[in-house]
Write a protein that binds this ligand. Structure first.
Ligand code: SF4
Length: 120
């Protein structure tokens, strides 16, 4: 969540549970962070916000019907709804290995969608 005020953006760092209140100015100077990770997060959140997406896909051939998946790295926030629409169409057949790539280079990004559990 962020709020713009007179060329500055206020946001809460979500990198760790401490939740520092950050302010990013028009020159991308970050204040309010307790550590370097918050500075990186603040700059990225203003210039190119990204998120790691977790979801499930249909799993066939197993008593378990949904396979938990996630993106191997964060993707642009603007692509999240498009990704969720893609995941609705996916059917995977067991067995599945942990970290097995389900969708490579999803939506033209460097991220793969991978399984987050193994199913025999
Ligand atoms: S700035 Fe550092 S300490 Fe503060 S919430 Fe972000 S990661 Fe945690």
């Amino acid at each position: 969540m962020s709020e713009k005020m007179e060329g500055k953006t206020e946001l809460i760092c979500i990198v760790c549970p401490r939740g520092c209140h950050l302010v990013v100015d028009e020159n991308l100077n970050v204040t309010g962070n307790t550590c370097k990770r918050g500075e990186v997060y603040g700059k990225n959140e203003v210039t190119n916000p990204t998120r790691t997406v977790t979801s499930t896909v249909q799993l066939d051939g197993s008593a378990v019907t949904r396979l938990p998946v996630k993106t191997s790295q964060p993707i642009p926030k603007g692509k999240i709804f498009e990704l969720m629409a893609e995941l609705v169409k996916v059917h995977v057949t067991a067995p599945v290995e942990m970290n097995q790539v389900i969708l490579p280079h999803v939506l033209g990004t460097d991220a793969d969608v991978v399984a987050t559990r193994a199913v025999r």
